[in-house]
Design a protein. Structure first.
Length: 70
């Protein structure tokens, strides 16, 4: 099975146990990826918005009557 290393894009031709660094091509790329996680370079975007009272009222009305469209 061939894939690409997510760090350097080199071909990775085997998975575990033949390549203990899989899905990376080497332990160096594996360590680079770990460093990025620890530094916070990878993150999941979050949109924290507090809903207005009107939005809460509309959501409550929809939950009470699922047939209601608006």
């Amino acid at each position: 099975m061939e894939s690409r290393c997510p760090i350097c894009k080199a071909a990775v031709r085997s998975g575990r146990p033949e390549n203990p660094s899989a899905p990376f091509c080497s332990s160096r790329c594996r360590d680079v990826d770990l460093g990025r996680w620890l530094d916070g370079a990878y993150s999941i975007p979050v949109h924290d918005e507090i809903p207005s009272e009107e939005d809460i009222a509309i959501a409550s009305a929809r939950a009470a009557d699922p047939r209601r469209l608006s």
